[in-house]
Design a protein around this ligand. Structure first.
Ligand code: V47
Length: 366
């Protein structure tokens, strides 16, 4: 029996079977296809070849040190101007206390990102990281996006290498994948014209990789971007990965409109979310891990995405209620470890707790 009623998918499936790289046009054909089941089957096959039934999650906590930001991104519901009543910056002591609670709850990772805040000195970051490392040497600090590193280099007048070296020396262990949004112009300028462009984001990721640290990569989709923009984004990430090889994981981020300047848009639906996960798995042949980020996808779609090429659900992600509440429906932003394990097992996979760099922490009894 043919895999699909869509002849394009059958042709692409033969290439995937032969482990041949898919082209830009084939990426477009995948998105144009109405055969969601076939896309899922194909992506699932690739995922099982790489990972079998193993499905990763981690116990982590997000720490958003400040919501004050000069970037003014149209898709962001989190940032505030310094004079707004609910603008905040956490002290280093507060950061350490938040980490203490996280560690006591079993967290292996602190995910640290914040706004581009011109009131903070560079030493705020190095002091924060070294204080965290002094108290919790084993806690992995996945900190700062390429957009923040670019801002530091320009605002504090340092070379990229100096920024990366000083932060790594003080305790930054890896970097999350945020700030990538959509690389292609003019879309990028329309949604975030005050932050670094796509080439600069990729250049910095390459420099962090060359320094020996891993990073992640994201794509924000389901707003004003075109399908060409999405495929262009995936192809650029794939090229960068060929070059510097330090991306661990790709996370497609489903746009959540409430509270943003784009709140009249509907955001992506379940079909689009599942297609995007599957096509990411098929196009990004040099990325090991595809993450279904349940905070933006919702728990049901994230669980289903495990059959569409995703092999990671990210984490328990407790936070002070700041960022996740900006991105998800009230009541749907908490996740316990047993709940994550159950989600994975009920989908027919095996739950593996990982640390940030994908060492196994614990494999749940099955
Ligand atoms: O860069 C902002 C996105 C990103 C919205 O590396 C939005 O493991 C949806 O990068 N709707 C930050 N998305 C989050 C991020 C991330 C999350 C989880 C894991 C990792 C990782 C990285 O969130 C931003 C932007 O692309 N974002 N606003 C919104 N309204």
């Amino acid at each position: 029996m043919q895999l699909s009623f869509d002849k394009n998918i059958n042709e692409i499936a033969e290439k995937v079977e032969a482990e041949k790289r898919l082209t830009f046009d084939e990426g477009m054909a995948l998105f144009a296809s109405e055969d969601l089941n076939a896309l899922g089957r194909l992506a699932d096959k690739v995922r099982r070849q790489r990972h079998g039934k193993d499905t990763y999650y981690n116990v982590n906590r997000h720490f958003n040190h400040t919501n004050i930001c000069i970037a003014d991104c149209k898709f962001c519901g989190f940032y505030r101007r310094a004079r707004q009543d609910d603008a905040y910056t956490h002290s280093i002591e507060e950061g350490v206390e938040i980490a203490r609670t996280a560690v006591s709850e079993g967290a292996t990772e602190l995910h640290i990102v914040g706004g581009l805040n011109t009131k903070l000195p560079f030493e705020y970051y190095t002091d924060l990281f070294s204080s965290l490392k002094r108290e919790f040497p084993k806690l992995h600090l996945k900190a700062l996006t390429m957009v923040e590193l670019d801002f530091f280099a320009r605002f504090y007048k340092m070379s990229d290498e100096e920024v990366i070296e000083k932060l790594a020396e003080s305790g930054m262990d890896s970097c999350p994948g945020g700030g990538a949004e959509i690389f292609r112009e003019p879309t990028r300028s329309r949604i975030c014209d005050h932050k670094c462009d796509g080439d600069r984001w990729l250049e910095l990721a390459g420099k962090v990789h060359k320094h020996g640290l891993k990073t992640n990569a994201t794509m924000l989709y389901g707003h004003i971007e075109s399908i060409e923009d999405r495929i262009d984004h995936l192809v650029k990430l794939r090229e960068q990965q060929d070059d510097t090889g330090g991306f661990q994981c790709f996370i497609p981020l489903a746009f959540y409109p409430p509270g943003t300047a784009l709140d009249t848009l509907p955001g992506p639906d379940a079909i689009d979310n599942l297609k995007t996960i599957a096509i990411s798995r098929l196009m990004l042949d040099n990325f090991d891990h595809i993450k279904a980020y349940w905070v933006m996808l919702g728990k049901d779609v994230a669980q289903t995405a495990l059959h569409f090429g995703a092999n990671d659900l990210d984490g328990t992600i407790t936070d002070g209620g700041e960022l996740t509440h900006a991105y998800a429906d009230e009541g749907d932003v908490k996740m316990t470890k047993p709940e994550l394990i159950k989600m994975i097992e009920n989908a027919g996979f095996e739950a593996v707790e990982r640390d940030t760099v994908y060492n196994h922490v614990e494999k749940a009894a099955v």
